[in-house]
Design a protein around this ligand. Structure first.
Ligand code: PLP
Length: 469
C-alpha cells in the first residue's frame, strides 16, 4: 500500500515510512492512495471472529508490503490481549436499538488505547528491523499522553516526552502519566496552556536539528496508524448488530475529526453505515461547518469534556481532500487561506456532499450533565461527559428507530469525576482494579517554563534512554 499527501507535493510513502512520519514534507497529512474495499460476503464471513482476528482482516491491506501476515497477527493478538474485557469493545444497550460501544477497557480507560497500544508495538517492530531509534515529543490535554506512554513504555527503541499544561489536567489524568516509570519515559509539565504545548511540538517537527539526527515521530492523530486502528471497531460493532446485511448508524464524540474520519473510511471500505453523526462540545468548528459551511477558528472554551477542547480539527483536512476530488493543490490553497484569515467556506456542491455524509450537533456543558443524569436514571449506566455528548447528538439527530444507533463510548467516567458530580449522580466512582492504588503511587515529572529552547534542550539531554542524544 502506498500513501499520498493531502497537499500533493510530498513523495508517496509505504506503510513503514508513514508510521515514522509526522506531517508530510508539504505540510499535508498522509492518506492511502487507494482505499481497500470489501464485499458484503467477505464482511459477513467475519461474524463472530475475536477482535484481534477481525483487526487483522480489516487492517491487512494497509500494511501489505511492510509487515508479513504472521508478524502482524502476532502484534495484534498482543495488542488487544492487554484489554481488560474479553470482548475488547463490548456493546451495552441503553434503549430500544440504542447502544454504547465501550471503548474504555484498555490500560488508560479511553479509546486512544486502541490505536496507541498498536502504535507502540508497530514502532518497536519496525525500528528493531531497521536498527533505528526515534524520539516522540507529544502534547496532551489529558488522554493522549497516558495512552502514548502506556503504549510505548516497553519500546526498546523509543524515547517518549509528553508535554502537558502544568496544573491543567485532572489528577487522574496526570497520575496516569507521571506514575509510569522507565528510563525512556519523560513527563514535562509546561508552565502554559495546551496550545503552548502543541505549538512547541509543531515547532520541533519543523526544525529537528536539536535531535542530532534522531527522527521525531508523531503520536497524535495526524499519524495514519492511529486512524487505521480506529476503523476496526466500526466493523466490530456492525457485525454484532446484524451487519453487513443490516446497516448501522454511529454517533461519534469528536474534536480532531479522528474517530469520525475512521467511521467514514469504514463506510467507504464497504461497511453499510446509515448515519454518521459528528458530536462536538461547545468548541464546535466541525458543527459550524456541517450546518453552515463555515470553517472558522473561534476562541477556545474550557468544557467538562476537555479531550474535545480544540479550536482546529487537524484530521478534517483528510476529508476536505476527498471532497475536492483528491486535488492536493486545492487543499494547499484552502489551508493557506485558513492560516491567513482564520477561516474558509467550500463550494456549494462540495458542502452539499459533506452534508450527505454527516449529521452534526454541538452540545454544551448543561446538556452534557442533563444527559448523564437522564441516562443514569433510565438505565443505571454512568456515562463519561464525552460519551454523553454522543448520546445527546444521537437522540437529536436520529432519523430511523429501525436502524441500530451505536454511540462510541470514548472514556470511562472515572476519568472525569467533575462532570459526573455536576450531573448530580450520587454514585461513587471506583477505579478499575489495575488502578486502585493510583493515588498512592510516586510521581515523576519535570516542570519547565513555556520556552521552546528549554524543552528542546531537555529532550536532547535525555533522549537516549535518559542520556544525551
Ligand atoms: C481524544 C478523545 C476524543 C476525541 O477524539 P478525536 O480524535 O477528536 O475524534 C473524544 N473523547 C475522548 C474521551 C478522548 O480522549
Amino acid at each position: 500500500m502506498r500513501y499520498i499527501s493531502t497537499r500533493g507535493q510530498a513523495p508517496a510513502l509505504n506503510f513503514e515510512d508513514v508510521l515514522l512520519a509526522g506531517l508530510a514534507t508539504d505540510g499535508g497529512l498522509y492518506v492511502p492512495e487507494n482505499l481497500p474495499r470489501f464485499t458484503q460476503e467477505e464482511i459477513a464471513s467475519w461474524a463472530g471472529l475475536p477482535y484481534h482476528e477481525l483487526a487483522f482482516r480489516v487492517m491487512r491491506p494497509f500494511v501489505t508490503g511492510s509487515i508479513p501476515d504472521a508478524d502482524f497477527k502476532k502484534i495484534l493478538e498482543e495488542t488487544y490481549g492487554v484489554f481488560s474485557h474479553s470482548a475488547v469493545a463490548p456493546l451495552r444497550q441503553l434503549n430500544g436499538n440504542e447502544w454504547v460501544l465501550e471503548l474504555f477497557h484498555g490500560p488508560t480507560l479511553a479509546f486512544k488505547d486502541f490505536a496507541l497500544q498498536l502504535l507502540g508495538r508497530l514502532l518497536d517492530y519496525v525500528l528493531e528491523k531497521r536498527g533505528e531509534r526515534v524520539v516522540i515529543v507529544g502534547a496532551t490535554s489529558g488522554d493522549t499522553g497516558s495512552a502514548a506512554i502506556e503504549g510505548c513504555k516497553h519500546c526498546e527503541n523509543v524515547d517518549i516526552f509528553i508535554l502537558h499544561p502544568h496544573n491543567r489536567v485532572s489528577e487522574v489524568q496526570r497520575r496516569q502519566m507521571t506514575t509510569i516509570f522507565g528510563e525512556n519515559i519523560h513527563n514535562i509539565a509546561i508552565e502554559g496552556n495546551f496550545d503552548d504545548c502543541q505549538e512547541m511540538v509543531k515547532a520541533s517537527f519543523a526544525d529537528q536539528s536539536f535531535l542530532k539526527g534522531t527522527r521525531l515521530v508523531a503520536v497524535n492523530s495526524i499519524n495514519w496508524a492511529r486512524i487505521m486502528a480506529q476503523i476496526v471497531y466500526y466493523f466490530h460493532a456492525a457485525l454484532q448488530l446484524g451487519g453487513p446485511a443490516r446497516s448501522v448508524s454511529f454517533s461519534v464524540p469528536t474534536g480532531n475529526f479522528g474517530d469520525i474520519f475512521a467511521g467514514y473510511l469504514a463506510r467507504n471500505m464497504g461497511l453499510p453505515i446509515n448515519q454518521l453523526i459528528v458530536a462536538t462540545n461547545r468548541n464546535d468548528i466541525l458543527h459550524r461547518f456541517m450546518s453552515g459551511n463555515q470553517y472558522v477558528k473561534e476562541t477556545l472554551h474550557a468544557t467538562l469534556s476537555p479531550s474535545m477542547d480544540i479550536m482546529v480539527s487537524s484530521n478534517f483536512e483528510r476529508l476536505l481532500f476527498d471532497l475536492h476530488g483528491r486535488n492536493g493543490a486545492a487543499i494547499a490553497g484552502l489551508m493557506d487561506s485558513f492560516k491567513q484569515g482564520g477561516g474558509f467556506s467550500v463550494e456549494q456542491e462540495r458542502w452539499t456532499e459533506a452534508r450527505k455524509l454527516f449529521d452534526s450537533l454541538a452540545v454544551d456543558d448543561a446538556q452534557t450533565c442533563e444527559t448523564i443524569a437522564e441516562v443514569y436514571e433510565q438505565t443505571g449506566e454512568l456515562l463519561d461527559p464525552h460519551t454523553a455528548i454522543g448520546v445527546k447528538a444521537a437522540r437529536e439527530c436520529r432519523r430511523s428507530l429501525d436502524i441500530p444507533m451505536v454511540i462510541l463510548g470514548t472514556a470511562h467516567p472515572v476519568k472525569f469525576p467533575d462532570a459526573v458530580e455536576k450531573a448530580g449522580v450520587g454514585k461513587a466512582l471506583e477505579l478499575p482494579v489495575h488502578l486502585t492504588d493510583l493515588f498512592d503511587r510516586d510521581e515523576r515529572c519535570t516542570v519547565l517554563p513555556n520556552d521552546l529552547k528549554a524543552v528542546q534542550a531537555f529532550v536532547s539531554q535525555h533522549g537516549n534512554r535518559g542520556k544525551p542524544l
